[in-house]
Design a protein around this ligand. Structure first.
Ligand code: TMP
Ligand code: ZN
Length: 424
């Protein structure tokens, strides 16, 4: 009779890793706009959709997950996020390609598939090493852009179904890679099944995710936004893949995005013996209190400290006649701004190198995004470092700003003012 209405938001009831339902509440940030939905100027600012944003922890496998999921069709079909072309990331991608090829003996011409391949930058590094590559990304314009630059990319979500199609049309892969995409996925069981099917028997699934241990330790709460459904540890990923006949055989820690892990997973019967680091990191997680409620209560307390001190710090400077702007307009900056309540009355503008973002407004706070050139011509007294994951690179290239008396406010783990790269 009545047509079912489409609800883009679902509350998480059951743990996507272990099926448990005993949750610890960790943090709740109230409804916030989607972090990557930069606004066109001149449009209405009143009807910005907002969705609940909070994190809970599964007491059984200690998956950290958002309380609600937003439909991926809403999040990713038209998507603004373009992989950073920063030096930090370019170097990381080249290193990652070399590491995978060497450690898992991928021969010249080996088939490498990437899910969430964005503009194809990572796959280009594999192609440079002589690999055959295929991208899979649901963002239609990004997939087209990648294909145009010679990295064939299917405009799809990765799933068991997509995997079956790839096997049929292209054959099995030596390596399946997912950089900063696995944490965006709700039905991880389907991905695990797809990975198993897609890979050759000795193939490897390399997953790069922000490391939950780093997030907790360095109070990187702003990495919590609607796209990041899960915050993983090695222990939780091991639990997940063990349920699908696979196991973690190696892990690398990487400094990118505030601390990440690259977790290498293969079939249980593949010829890769788990390296000692896998057990060592699981032990480190246990010893760091990863399985204890108190750890998450402490984290929530540290988040609250930023929530209560950052806006007063900025407002005191502004009241003192100082000009404050944002450095970078990363998605996580919108969680930071949203949680701390900073808006266009506090920060004059945010500079960002991404063409697509310039001229738009930050979601929620409505701070205008401008070019770095604009920032250089109108230097503020303080830059709030929203892109803190590139702190060294950015302070390194902003020597002139610093030498002229400019300062950075580094928001996490706890707000502080920095005037030299050496003080980071
Ligand atoms: P990311 O952390 O998701 O890579 O986003 C970083 C954002 O910061 C991205 O929008 C580009 C921007 N950015 C600058 O504006 N200047 C810089 O020097 C760097 C490294 C990043
Ligand atoms: Zn669980």
């Amino acid at each position: 009779m009545s047509q079912e209405t489409f609800d883009p938001v679902q509350q998480v009831e059951v743990c996507r890793v272990c099926g448990g339902s005993d949750w610890q509440e960790v943090v709740s940030f109230g409804p916030l706009p989607l972090a990557n939905s930069y606004l066109e100027p001149g449009g209405s600012l009143d009807d910005e959709p907002r969705y609940p944003l909070g994190v809970i922890s599964c007491r059984s496998c200690r998956l950290l997950t958002l309380t609600h999921t937003v439909d991926p069709e809403v999040l990713y079909r038209t998507y603004f996020y373009v992989t950073s072309d920063s030096d930090t990331i370019a170097t990381h991608m080249r290193g990652l390609a070399e590491l995978c090829v060497e450690r898992f003996g991928i021969p010249e011409g080996g088939f490498v598939v990437e899910l969430g391949s964005n503009t194809g930058q990572q796959l280009a590094a594999f192609r440079d090493l002589g690999m055959e590559v295929l991208g899979i990304d649901p963002a239609r314009s990004l997939a087209a852009q990648a294909t145009e630059r010679g990295i064939e990319t299917l405009p799809d979500f990765f799933s068991a179904q997509t995997a079956a199609r790839v096997v049929k049309e292209y054959g099995r892969a030596r390596l399946l890679l997912g950089r900063h995409v696995f944490a965006h996925i709700d039905d991880v069981a389907d991905i695990a099944r797809g990975a198993r099917d897609l890979l050759e028997p000795s193939g490897v699934f390399a997953i790069e995710v922000p490391y939950a241990l780093d997030m907790l330790e360095h109070n990187e709460f702003d990495t919590i936004y609607h796209e990041h459904l899960s915050y993983y540890s090695v222990s939780t990923l091991s639990t997940l893949f063990a349920r699908h006949g696979m196991r973690v055989v190696d892990v690398e820690r990487a400094a990118v995005h505030g601390g990440s892990v690259i977790v290498f997973v293969s079939r249980e019967d593949a010829p890769w013996e788990p390296r000692p680091v896998v057990a060592e990191l699981q032990e480190l997680e246990r010893a760091s209190g990863f399985f204890e409620d108190a750890t998450y209560d402490t984290f929530a307390g540290r988040v609250d400290h930023v929530r209560q001190t950052l806006a007063p710090l900025v407002r005191e400077l502004v009241a003192d006649g100082k000009r404050v702007a944002g450095y970078g307009a990363p998605a996580k900056g919108n969680t930071l701004l949203g949680v701390s309540g900073l808006n266009a009355g506090d920060l004059e503008f945010c500079i960002d190198t991404t063409d697509l973002k310039q001229g738009r407004l930050q979601p929620g706070s409505h701070i205008p995004i401008t070019s770095p050139e604009h920032g250089a011509q109108n230097p503020p007294d303080y830059y709030l470092l929203l892109a803190w994951n590139y702190a060294k690179e950015i302070l390194g290239k902003e020597r002139a700003f610093l030498e002229n008396g400019g300062r950075f406010i580094v928001p996490v783990p706890s707000p502080r003012i920095v005037s030299r790269v050496e003080d980071l």
